[in-house]
Design a protein around this ligand. Structure first.
Ligand SMILES: *Cc1c(COP(=O)(O)O)cnc(C)c1O
Length: 372
């Protein structure tokens, strides 16, 4: 194990556990697409995909070709679905990966068709419609040429249309219910213009699928819940990541000293400050400085400064026995304590995924020691 000042510890057993919990909550008969975009939400496609394969997952949702390449390299032979509109060059580059593309309209469909053609393939595509009103990359059935776009996509022999999709803008049950009703109606209309064959219809994310059963349709696209971070009420999900470092140094300062950049924190008593070799350049965002807590020796301790690029300061005065080399947990559990996604969200004002997706990609990842 190479020496690294901070790392992300990925608990693949938690991913397996969460997958089981999601399947129980969904019940039989709802096919699941496991989402591994953003390098498995920062957990590492290379670590997560083997677990998904071992537990019989047959569909993966990706955004980048790299994720698909890693999945194929790990022996995944199932279906791979891209969950955003791709650039033409990405579609070309994906020729050997067999990715089903997400199509955003007639113009984008042409880009995908040409890229497929250039590599001698007929891409299978899912056409995105704006039934839920997210207005990101779906055909809005209320624009004047919507029917013409759908007909043109369906008539393009260079493409094989296999699905109709939407995506929800809000994690709110009523909003999802309304969106699902609109999707039901609009996907039928769109489907009839796109193809003479029945198309796969899908729009649900973790929250939607686990909160509003009528949003499930033919496939649910589950990301957040696999990693143990969803606002859906599913019992027993476990966070699959810890952010870990160690105390590099502890230094004592007298009362009255200001601490760190901008003098935002002033010591009201003599203090022992631990320097932890992790900062905003490592994805521990500056907004957490002066607000977040970390765990040392199973106790919560405050991050007191506004963070440096690669160091932050924790006041360990109240942590008895804190010493150089002690493990510092910035997200996840240590002994009986835990820094939760909600803790991070309160401290940063951001959703936790906005933080951990970058930690996982900026810092080395280690598999958590297995309990057996
Ligand atoms: C990320 C994503 C999902 C998965 O959403 P979660 O809330 O993480 O389960 C599903 N569909 C699309 C289009 C996505 O971008």
């Amino acid at each position: 194990m190479s020496a690294s000042p901070a790392w992300v510890e990925v608990d693949t057993a938690a991913v397996a556990h969460n997958l089981r919990a999601v399947r129980v909550a969904l019940g039989p008969g709802t096919p699941l697409c496991a989402v591994v975009k953003a390098d498995a939400y920062g957990h590492g496609t290379d670590l997560v995909v083997p677990v998904l394969i071992a537990h019989g997952v047959t569909c993966l949702g990706v955004t980048s070709n790299e994720e698909a390449r890693t999945a194929r390299g790990a022996g995944f032979h199932g279906r791979i679905l891209r969950l955003r509109a791709a650039l033409g060059e990405e579609v070309e580059d994906a020729a050997v990966l067999d990715i089903q593309e997400w199509v955003a309209g007639a113009d984008h469909a042409r880009v995908v068709a040409e890229a497929g053609d250039a590599t001698g393939r007929r891409p299978r595509v899912h056409v995105s419609i704006n039934a839920t009103g997210i207005s990101r990359d779906g055909i809005d059935l209320d624009v004047p040429d919507a029917a013409a776009q759908l007909t043109a996509i369906g008539a393009d022999r260079r493409l094989s249309v296999v699905g109709v999709a939407s995506h929800f803008p809000r994690e709110d049950a009523e909003d999802v219910r309304t969106g699902a009703r609109a999707f039901d109606a609009q996907s039928r209309l769109a489907g009839a213009l796109l193809s003479t064959r029945p198309l796969e219809r899908h729009c649900a994310t973790s929250y939607a699928a686990l909160t509003v059963p009528e949003s499930r349709f033919d496939l649910v696209r589950i990301g957040a819940a696999l990693y143990g971070d969803t606002s859906a009420a599913v019992p027993g999900l476990r966070p699959a990541m810890r952010l870990v470092s160690r105390i590099a140094a502890i230094t004592s300062y007298p009362a009255g000293r200001s601490v760190g950049y901008d003098r935002t924190h002033v010591l009201d008593a003599p203090a022992h400050l631990a320097a932890v070799p992790l900062g905003y350049a490592d994805g521990y965002q500056r907004a957490l400085g002066g607000r977040a807590e970390v765990l040392v020796r199973g106790r919560r301790a405050p991050v007191v400064d506004r963070l440096a690029m690669n160091t932050l300061l924790v006041d360990v005065s109240a942590v008895g026995g804190a010493a150089i080399g002690d493990e510092v947990v910035l997200y996840g559990a240590q002994d009986a304590e835990r820094i939760t996604a909600a803790d991070l969200e309160r401290a940063s004002g951001e959703i936790a995924a906005n933080l951990y997706t970058s930690w996982g990609r900026l810092l080395p990842r280690r598999a958590a020691p297995s309990p057996d």
